[in-house]
Write a protein that binds this ligand. Structure first.
Ligand code: GDP
Ligand code: MG
Length: 244
């Protein structure tokens, strides 16, 4: 439950995002109107990302040389001081201007997590392969864990710091985002979505390796499925919250 905003910690993992990070930070500074800190967790980029961030007084830079999207986010979250954490990519694909929208919804609904769903994006900027992969993963995830999400692979989320501290997360790479949802469903934390827009990458390459990440995400879903306690808890939570 998150009923008030004390401080928002924006956690951004970056790996060679020199052409994207300045615009990201500037937009967040301008549009996120709550008390905030911006934490950039850089994977020891070689394209000048670190040097750009070092010059920005408004950002805290953490170097996380171990590879992995999940590891970078975990490191950032450990250092976050806000009662709300926003995780978002540093590649400029998510709509940073919508951060307030996520927080407002979180407070209004007293939610533990608000995800920005890209499924209502009028620009349809998500590539077809990612779209299909996401749809299949989301369908299986919703079915197995009794949820109604439309975009489980969204990396733009507002999360209760207290809730994230209460769950165990181990996935070091892209499956981290799915593992977090499974743990939240298991603990009965509420997860809701707000529509947001998406944009194509302007600079650099995506680090997502579809095949590798797909396997990791499905094995994460499958592992939870084999754990009878997790499934039972998800079903109980679903029944409890059904008519709220
Ligand atoms: N620190 C760190 N950041 C990473 C790593 N891998 C990806 N990222 C960042 O995580 C975000 C998501 O990665 P991205 O390549 O955009 O994946 P996609 O959105 O799934 O295509 C981007 O801001 C990346 O720069 C990593 O190993 N370390
Ligand atoms: Mg991306």
């Amino acid at each position: 439950m998150t009923s008030k905003v004390e401080m928002v910690s924006v956690v951004i993992p970056t790996l060679n995002e020199a052409g994207n990070i300045l615009e990201a930070v500037t937009t967040i500074q301008k549009h996120l109107t709550y008390p905030k800190e911006i934490i950039i967790v850089d994977g020891d980029s070689t394209d000048g990302t670190k040097e750009i961030v070092k010059k920005l007084d408004c950002c805290k830079l953490i170097i996380e040389p171990r590879r992995g999207y999940g590891l970078a986010l975990m490191t950032g979250m450990k250092n976050a001081k806000g009662n709300i954490i926003i995780m978002v990519d540093g590649d400029g694909t998510y709509e940073f201007k919508h951060m307030n929208r996520l927080i407002e919804k979180m407070i209004e609904k007293d939610a533990d997590m608000v995800l920005a769903t890209r499924m209502y994006d009028p620009n349809k900027a998500m590539g077809i392969m990612n779209f299909i992969g996401n749809k299949v993963i989301t369908f299986v995830f919703d079915f197995v864990y009794s949820q109604f999400l439309s975009d489980t692979q969204s990396g733009f989320r507002a999360i209760s710091h207290e809730a994230i501290d209460n769950v165990k997360l181990k996935e070091g790479d892209m499956a981290f985002a799915t593992e977090m949802l499974i743990q939240f469903a298991r603990e009965g934390y509420s997860m809701i979505e707000v529509p947001s827009t998406y944009k194509a990458r302007k600079y650099g390459k995506p680090k997502l390796r579809r095949f590798k990440s797909g396997i990791e995400i499905f094995s994460t879903i499958f592992r939870g499925f084999l754990d009878a306690k997790t499934i039972r808890k998800c079903q109980e939570n679903w029944k409890k919250n059904r008519f709220k």
